[in-house]
Design a protein around this ligand. Structure first.
Ligand code: 2HA
Ligand code: ZN
Length: 267
């Protein structure tokens, strides 16, 4: 199998093993490099299925994506990739897409495709085209944490930075948070894509998280770090927090690791 598909499948199953993908929860899209799409073209079907998009993504015209299937389970991806994931190509006018491989038995791409595509547009733009991965998962601790705070990025980011020393180095910009909205639509897609311009990850209150990155490792690692910090915070809060990492220590950390911590979130 093509390496890019192997790596994609591994990430799907790793997320399942973490407990982040109950039932059909969560979804993953990857914007393929030209040589990766080329490598997969032997798989492409001559009779493609074509669909119109509810959002226009002219910035992604002609791009190839690997996507999970709507209603499909991350747990089953390694068993039958062709039924649970697929490769799509965005039309030249950015208004629709064709399914070139996979998503067999009439399956469509993830219900969160509008959020994924608009997030790709945002992150592509702020990363100079380097961001390729958008990942949505339902980790229990970060979701639980969203019940304990107002939906405010400063509050959330400070809690996470204070809950594990690595956090300020891994996501110095902080993590965004969107208050509860109906998932699967264009409105949540629009709002998330605005926030993800500023932050590499955005929590969906009472639902889960969206993360982005240049590689599968970077994106999985980002969500893993955020979720671990949320777990530590909830454990510490349950036991009773008597002290934490100070703002001066966060600044020293950022200096030592050469990252620009978001000063707006420090006191
Ligand atoms: O794929 O996670 O947000 C199911 C979901 C919707
Ligand atoms: Zn979800």
């Amino acid at each position: 199998m093509q390496k890019v598909l192997e790596d994609y499948i591994r990430m799907c199953y790793d997320g399942f093993l973490q407990g982040w993908h109950e039932r059909n929860g969560g979804n993953l899209t990857y914007r393929m490099k030209a040589e990766e799409a080329e490598d997969c073209c032997g798989l492409f079907s001559p009779d493609v299925r074509h669909f119109t998009l509810p959002v226009e993504v002219s910035q992604l015209a002609g791009e190839y994506f690997i996507t999970t299937g709507s209603g499909r389970y991350m747990r089953n991806v390694p068993l039958a990739p062709e039924k649970n994931i697929g490769i799509i190509k965005i039309d030249d006018d950015g208004k629709g897409y064709s399914i070139l491989w996979g998503l067999e038995d009439g399956v469509k791409p993830t219900s969160e495709l509008p959020s994924h595509l608009l997030n790709h547009v945002s992150r592509m733009s702020v990363s100079g085209g380097r961001c390729r991965v958008i990942y949505h998962a339902h980790p229990a601790n970060i979701t639980a944490l969203s019940y304990t705070i107002e939906p405010d990025a400063k509050t959330l980011s400070r809690i996470l930075w204070q809950s594990e020393t690595e956090c300020a180095v891994v996501f110095p910009q902080g993590v965004g948070i969107l208050d509860w909205m109906i998932p699967g639509g264009t409105e949540i897609a629009q709002k998330t894509s605005e926030l993800i311009r500023k932050y590499p990850a955005v929590v969906w209150a009472f639902h889960g998280i969206f993360g982005s990155g240049e590689t599968f490792d970077e994106t999985f690692g980002l969500i893993h770090t955020i979720e671990k910090a949320a777990e530590i915070y909830l454990k510490a809060k349950g036991a009773g927090i008597i002290r934490t990492i100070s703002d001066d220590q966060l600044r020293i950390l950022a200096d030592a690791f050469g990252v620009a911590i978001n000063e707006d979130f420090l006191k």
